[in-house]
Design a protein around this ligand. Sequence first.
Ligand code: INI
Length: 179
Amino acid sequence: MTSSNETSFDAGAAEQLRASVGEYLEGGVDGRGLRIGIVAGRFNGGITTRLLHGALAALDECGVARSDITLAWAPGAFEVPIVSQALSTGPRARDAVITLGAVIRGDTGHYEIVAGECARGVQAVQLATGVPIIFGVLTTNTIEQALERSRDDGTNKGRECALGAVEMAGLLRQGSLAR
Ligand code: INI
């Protein structure tokens, strides 16, 4: 992934815009009181478990209570959307759902189908339910790339997705976005 001064988000510059618009909305990192669902694929479960540890650590940092987290294991990435849907509908709908999985091209003849249908399904669920479904399903060419993206550090994709879940849940509760 490339990053440069030109492409990265400039928080200072954005902050200066706050007073120049009618309504300025952004999520944050306060996860207290949020109910979060996590759907993890058991396929390539060594990778998804690494993502899960990254996600849980970040949710802890945001103040999300462990008792407010539901963890559901799906057989694989293909089943992740329907479980996400079950966690985002009805009276017990979560404030956000994090999906975690690993589809590795080298191992998979039908890589495009599994990865594509998972992404398509996740997007369909969040647009249909209004609950943010964060896409933490790795799609890589090699096992090494999947290991690299699930390292036990700040670059862990599960961590990034947990922060995204807290941010999106907060954002969608704000101002004119609130339902
Ligand atoms: N599921 C994954 O999560 N990752 C994969 O790489 C994968 N491969 O390699 O096929 C995979 N397959 C299982 C699939 O998600 C379903 O569980 C299965 O097809 C049953 O519907």
